[in-house]
Write a protein that binds this ligand. Structure first.
Ligand code: ADP
Ligand code: XUL
Length: 523
């Protein structure tokens, strides 16, 4: 035994990762990309539905279908799921799932003879879920802040000013725009709690890590704030699933998965958390100090903190760490992989061509700069998409490729200053962290080494480690986090990228130029 499964339900894919804690090995790592399997059935593009006016949703029934497909794939690959002791997971943060009053019964009666899709299609009071890319809730952000006594009051209470992508503003918008469907909603959860509920065959609570991405949780008590709930939407205290400690078992796995995929009946399910909080664990950031960079659909830069240091500028977010004691500071850039892909596709390149362009161009790009707002941006706040080119030829593919990466790295440097953390190294994860040329630019701009790891799926790994930690604790033999993460969250030998001092010197002067360009365009 000693095996644990971590799941990551992200924007574009569902990943499953199995660790063997006796050998310290990753035993399996499988991803189900949503577009490859569900594009036609759900009408998605890169995992999401663009509904106009900044509304970006996805389909919770699709995530359930992906769960069946992932477990079937693991089984087909010969993995004995009967050896898994416990499962935990991670979900893209902030997205909200709306269930009607039949949901609890349907989850409790799942039969192994038919797929989840067929049994759960009727449980939603809203067929689609707004996700973190949704920028349509500016009015609701203002109303929520005003409702608790102002921006400063919400920041003090929840650790965060109101953000368009956070769950509270999403819920308020739904309650305002479709009060009938809101009235039919018996339960509101997050992507994380929804995925955990499928596995446990019952409604599973939200963990404090993901709860802190709602604008509704008291960051110090790690419970819903009655004041924030009242300011958000009617009757929300009855609809929103409760908050539970991340290491309290949610229950045994539903018999559905036991009969269909051969899991052991006693396999435990732990609450899921957000993808960034899980990545914090998966990269071994269980003590303050180190800083991490995730280059996924979004780019995020985050650090572990002792206390919830807040960002008064409203740029950074603060979440509770799923380790139960610490906090994390995070900055989220919406124009991460989507911007890199936009440049790649605009110039008809593939990843090798994109990477070659980075090799062929000099640090500093001969003064060419880009503000890469291919979509509205979270940090800095940019409401309308619009790419700005400064001394940059839009028809020069090489310069464009370098410009987008340098912009992302410079922006991550400028907008992390509020964290008050000296960035002495960066632990990297996410799909684009497999690209060494991209990482070199981040190392040079930050002037620090970049550490790489065996897996680029730190969120799924962090989830598996959470399952291990929780399972030991529940069995009466708890072990400190440091010992749990040590065998897995260690940089790959020989893979560290050191900054090039000459390039770092170039970027030192460019930082101010980039800052000025940004200020000139966004005020
Ligand atoms: P998420 O978990 O947010 O869905 P991932 O961390 O799985 O995203 O990252 C997926 C992204 O990784 C893809 O959208 C793609 O843009 C990017 N990616 C994959 N390979 C490369 C590469 N060689 N160079 C740059 N980006 C890459
Ligand atoms: C973080 C954020 C994104 C999502 C999707 O605040 O919005 O990083 O978690 O990965």
């Amino acid at each position: 035994m000693g095996k644990y499964l971590g799941l990551d339900s992200s924007t574009q894919s569902l990943t499953g990762l199995i660790i063997d804690t006796r050998t310290g090995q990753l035993e399996a790592e499988v991803s189900i990309p949503f577009d490859a399997h569900f594009k036609a059935a759900y009408g998605i593009d890169k995992g999401v539905l663009h509904l106009g006016g900044g509304q970006v949703h996805s389909a919770p029934l699709m995530w359930a279908e992906a769960l069946d497909l992932l477990l079937q794939t693991l089984r087909d690959q010969g993995h004995d799921l009967g050896q898994i002791e416990a499962i935990a997971g991670s979900g893209q943060q902030h997205g909200t799932v709306y269930l009607n009053e039949t949901a609890a019964g349907a989850l409790g009666q799942l039969r192994g003879t038919a797929p989840l899709r067929d049994q759960l299609a009727g449980i939603f009071s809203r067929a689609t879920s707004p996700i973190w890319m949704d920028t349509s809730t500016t009015a609701q952000c203002q109303e929520l802040e005003a409702g608790v006594g102002g921006r400063g009051a919400l920041l003090e209470l929840t650790g965060n000013t109101a953000f368009e992508r956070f769950s509270g503003p999403q819920i308020r918008k739904f309650a305002q725009e479709d009060p009938a469907a809101y009235g039919r909603t018996a339960y509101i959860g997050l992507v994380s709690s929804y995925m955990a509920s499928l596995l446990a065959g019952k409604l599973v609570a939200v963990d404090p890590g993901d709860g802190s991405g709602t604008n509704l949780m008291d960051i110090r008590s790690r419970q819903w704030s009655p004041r924030a709930l009242a300011a958000c939407a009617p009757d929300l205290d009855h609809k929103l699933l409760p908050i539970t400690p991340a290491d309290r078992p949610a229950g045994p796995l539903s018999p559905y998965f036991v009969s269909r995929y051969g899991f052991a009946p006693g396999c435990q399910v732990f609450p899921f958390s957000g993808d960034n909080p899980c990545s914090l664990i998966g990269l071994g950031l269980v003590e303050p100090g180190q800083v991490a960079l995730s280059l996924g659909t979004s780019d995020t830069l985050f650090a572990c903190m002792d206390q919830p240091r807040v960002s008064a500028l409203g740029e950074g977010a603060v979440f509770a760490s799923p380790d139960g004691t610490h906090y994390m500071a995070l900055i989220c850039f919406l124009n991460g992989s989507l911007a890199r892909e936009a440049v790649r596709d605009r110039h008809h390149l593939d990843w090798p061509g994109f990477t070659a362009a980075l090799r062929q161009t000099p640090p500093g790009n001969q003064g060419a700069l880009m503000l890469p707002y291919f979509a509205p941006e979270i940090v800095p706040r940019v409401a309308e998409a619009g790419v700005v080119r400064h001394r940059l030829d839009a028809n020069n593919p090489q310069a464009e490729v370098r410009a987008v990466i340098e912009a992302q790295a410079l922006s991550s440097r400028i907008h992390s200053e509020w964290m008050g953390v000296a960035i002495r190294s960066l632990c990297v994860t996410g799909g684009a962290s497999t690209n060494e040329e991209i990482l070199k630019i981040f190392a040079d701009v930050h002037g620090c080494p970049v550490y790489r790891f065996e897996t680029a799926n730190a969120a799924a790994l962090g989830a598996a480690l959470r399952a291990h930690h929780g399972h030991l604790k529940a069995s009466g033999a708890p072990r400190p986090w440091k010992e749990i993460v040590a065998p897995f969250a260690k940089p790959l030998p020989g893979s560290t990228i050191q900054p090039n001092p000459a390039a770092t010197a170039v970027y030192k002067t460019l930082i101010d130029e980039y800052r000025k360009l940004e200020q000139a365009h966004i005020g």
